[in-house]
Design a protein around this ligand. Structure first.
Ligand code: HEM
Length: 416
């Protein structure tokens, strides 16, 4: 592990910033993208890449884009066809609400609301504690284990498994499906990745069809946190989803809440190990966990990139852009913008006025942010309180993906 990663971030200069392209990244970038993000923000904050797409890095510019969903549209029906073809992967990503605009987006988000009410969250919170406690016991027994796979991943799979009412014995299927389908969003998608992702969509759809009919025969009680059966048929206003909308948005719930949450927990523990003074501060004052989670979400955002498309000619920071231009919103860069966050490369778990964009903002702001925060809070605090010594015990390599920031694996040894 490179201990200098977050110190002495240098200016790479205008030439390197100007040559940046999100489709040609290297290991150095995946390990630590922040020198590149700083250089882009400083020299070319509204950067045109060779494909003609724009890459935005300033917090203020992302704020504008998130809050003007008419000009900065989320619909990807034209763009995804280029990489995904007429596959079920394309059907999935163009049907999930995050890649739709009003009025469809508004209707689907409203129909999914029962999954995110405070009541639904309360039903899940006791499960979060239960799953975290069981996972802590299991890894304490192992002493040396993989933080990501043996600990952080367990929680979101169980929680979304509960939301969808997936029987325990079927839960191991969920993670490989989610990883394959989300990898289908990478800018440098290979034909093999596309086909594997499309097969996962087909398998998941078949599985959900079976699960919905199973729930009709054998309903589960409210205290299990199951919401899938509540999403079938019309709501009290008579709004309903088509069968494909229901299936793809349930698949999306797993994809949206799985790696994002697991990576938030692993990224968070990793950042605390790099800033031991902040780890000690949290152990000494556990009430700091609430601002600490916000700071860790800012500092190592597990979703680093979002996309939009211009529906009309526009200007950002004095740069003219054209209708139909494709836009990359770089959350990872915006969350390190010194105009918004004093001393942005320092982790400060008590940071105030932390307007980070880790959950996006505006009409597409993360629908599961309360659940994600609850999971991260309980899993992260539980871990650092349970183990007095936490040491990395091997190479923790970053996953070579620009959109989702996390590790391939993360070996640790702990002592209670
Ligand atoms: C810490 C963990 C999480 C992070 C960092 C995260 C991040 C994000 C971001 C950045 C977006 C905005 C996408 C855009 O504007 O294009 C988003 C949307 C979304 N997230 Fe999350 N998310 C997390 C956890 C979850 C969980 C646990 C769920 C549900 C189980 C979830 C469900 C959703 C949904 C449904 C949307 C789409 C909202 C819409 O388009 O209206 N997320 N998330």
């Amino acid at each position: 592990m490179n201990d200098d990663l977050y110190r002495g971030i240098e200016d790479l200069g205008p030439d390197l910033a100007g040559a940046f392209d999100v489709t040609t990244l290297d290991r150095e970038f995946y390990e630590n993208p922040y020198p590149v993000f700083h250089a882009l923000r400083r020299h070319v904050p509204v950067h045109k890449m060779t494909s003609g797409a724009w890459f935005l890095t300033r917090h203020a510019d992302l704020d504008i884009a998130y809050h003007d969903p008419v000009l900065f549209a989320s619909d990807k029906t034209v763009d995804f066809r280029k990489t995904m073809g007429e596959t079920s992967l394309y059907e999935h990503h163009t049907t999930s609400l995050v890649f739709n605009d009003p009025p469809d987006h508004t209707r689907v988000r409203k129909r999914l609301a029962p999954a995110f009410t405070p009541r639904a969250l309360r039903a899940l919170e006791s499960r979060v504690v239960e799953v975290v406690d069981a996972s802590l016991d299991a890894v304490a027994e192992m002493a040396s284990f993989d933080l990501l796979h043996d600990y952080s991943m367990k929680l979101p799979i169980e929680l979304i498994g509960d939301m969808l009412g997936v029987p325990q014995e079927d839960r191991p299927k969920l993670s490989p499906w989610a990883v394959a389908i989300l990898s289908g969003l990478e800018a440098d998608l290979t034909p093999e990745q596309r086909d594997a992702a499309a097969r996962s969509v087909d398998d998941f759809k078949d599985y959900l069809r079976w699960l919905i009919s199973e729930r009709e025969r054998n309903p589960l009680s409210d205290d299990t946190g199951e919401v899938l059966s509540k999403l079938v048929g019309p709501d009290e206003d008579g709004e309903s989803l088509t069968e494909l909308e229901l299936l793809h948005n349930c698949i999306f719930l797993l994809n949206a809440g799985h790696e994002t949450t697991a990576n938030t927990v692993t990224n968070g523990i990793d950042a605390l190990l790099r800033f031991p003074d902040q780890l000690e501060r949290l152990r000494a004052d556990p009430d700091l966990i609430v601002p600490a989670i916000e700071e860790l979400l800012r500092f190592e955002s597990s979703v680093q990139l979002n996309n939009r498309k211009l529906t009309a000619d526009a200007e950002i920071g004095g740069v003219a852009m054209r209708k139909d231009d494709y836009i990359w919103l770089c959350i990872g860069a915006a969350n390190r913008d010194p105009e918004q966050f004093p001393d942005p490369d320092t982790l400060d778990i008590g940071r105030e006025r932390n307007r980070h964009l880790a959950f996006g903002s505006g009409i597409h702001a993360c629908a599961g942010m309360s659940l994600g925060r609850t999971e991260a809070r309980i899993a992260l605090l539980g871990f650092v309180q349970r183990f007095a010594e936490i040491e990395t015990s091997g190479m923790a390599l970053r996953h070579p993906r620009a959109r989702f920031r996390g590790f391939i694996d993360y070996p640790v040894t702990v002592t209670a």
